[in-house]
Design a protein around this ligand. Structure first.
Ligand code: SAH
Length: 381
């Protein structure tokens, strides 16, 4: 029997979705079925090394064990509500996680790497002034299985022929930069990160797994104590007045506290650095004096600054800084010996760019639309 339940919308009551279990969780689960703990590692390898999610194909498990898995467990993936491939190869999916909720997952390929941008919540409560997801409000946290399943399903889809033209199709990097604030969903996030990092599962290096946060200071400390992964911090402003306006969580955790937490985060590993994200908003945070203040602020923390062009959406009230302004900002940082990257927008023809992920979700009329076959752009860069 195959796991035909794997793509149903609603959980089958009483079945454990194995995608929600990291190694420790899997050990507990197999032991609850009367199995030895090494079975957990076997299961993980079938799922994540061999990409097999049908219990009957897991040939080194006994028939009795497979029967009890069928009875107690499932490997449930979300359904694909919408799939789109950009002219630059960026893939955007709308994954339906239950009858009422969907999240976006984006794959960004280059010549030698594939970055998957994963959502942690349906909507977001943090209300950053320039972010489209914020407009949607907060619906709910994703479960561990729903976070992990985005990676699992994206990888599975990318292996299919429909995605041949994407070019690079392997997931080499994962960034928790989709919808939601990952550190506000800490409990479900950690086992998902464990699976991304665990050699028995995806086994990505800690430099290739990045949590992006708007700056929930106590959770940054908890993350440092719980998981060894990379950290990106959405800074966006060099002083509290401006940051209070752009990233309201700053009123609770002001810049000084945030910087101290960043300092503590990097102190455990001298080779690590923080990625500070800085969205370029015309006339708001993009003046040379902002760049100077930013350089002064971050210079004591090993870091890179990632300058993200603002991706406009209707009613945002902001526009993106001009190329000249972005270049000038970069020059100032560079003069102060701060490493800074001018990020290109990817997938903007399909609204897959940062902060636009909620576009289709909020628009309920479009959301009701059926599954759209992947569409390929005419040209590739
Ligand atoms: N909540 C987390 C992760 C999700 S957002 C965080 O705040 O870090 C991922 C990144 O996209 C963040 O740096 C966020 O500030 C940025 N972003 C949000 N809306 C954007 C927009 N319209 N244009 C450019 N970047 C945006």
């Amino acid at each position: 029997m195959t796991l035909s339940r794997a793509t149903v919308d609603e959980p089958i009551v009483g079945l454990t979705n194995l995608l929600g279990l990291d190694e420790a969780g899997m050990v507990g689960f197999v032991e609850s079925l009367g199995q030895k703990r090494f079975r957990a590692r076997q299961l993980l390898k079938w799922l994540y090394h061999n990409d097999v999610r049908q219990f009957d194909d897991m040939t080194d498990l006994s028939k009795a064990f497979r029967a009890s898995l069928r009875e107690k467990a499932e490997v449930r993936l979300p359904t694909v509500e919408h799939a789109h491939i950009s002219t630059d190869g960026t893939c955007k999916w709308l994954f339906k996680v239950d009858g009422a909720n969907a999240v976006e997952t984006v794959f960004i390929p280059t010549d030698d790497r594939g970055t998957l941008c994963v959502s942690s919540q349906v909507g977001c409560a943090l209300d950053c002034s320039f972010c489209a997801t914020a407009r949607q409000g907060f619906n709910r946290n994703l479960s561990t299985a729903e976070i992990v399943a985005q990676v699992y399903l994206a990888a599975e889809l990318l292996r299919t022929e429909a995605y041949q033209q994407v070019g690079f199709r392997r997931i080499t990097n994962i960034v928790m930069m989709g919808m939601g604030e990952p550190l506000a969903n800490f409990r479900n996030l950690v086992p998902a990160l464990n699976l991304m990092l665990d050699d028995n599962a995806w086994g990505l290096s800690k430099r290739r797994v990045t949590v992006s946060t708007s700056g929930i200071v106590p959770a940054i400390d908890r993350l440092r104590e719980s998981v060894d992964c990379s950290l990106a911090v959405s800074l966006h402003a060099p002083d509290d007045d401006l940051r209070n306006e752009l990233v309201p969580i700053n009123r609770k955790y002001p810049i000084k506290d945030l910087m101290d937490a960043c300092q503590r985060y990097v102190s455990r590993d001298h080779k690590t650095h923080i990625m500070f994200e800085y969205v370029m908003l015309a006339g708001v945070n993009d003046k040379p004096e902002h760049a100077r203040a930013l350089a002064k602020l971050v210079k004591s923390v090993p870091c890179k600054v990632n300058m993200i062009p603002f991706n406009p959406f209707p009613g945002s009230g902001y526009t993106v800084s001009s190329e000249d302004t972005i270049n000038r900002f970069w020059d100032v940082l560079n003069r102060h010996r701060i490493r800074a990257l001018k990020r290109r927008t990817r997938g903007d023809d399909i609204d897959a760019a940062c902060g636009q992920l909620a576009g289709d979700v909020t628009d309920k009329s479009r959301r009701a639309a059926k599954f759209v076959e992947p569409r390929y752009g005419e040209t590739r860069p």
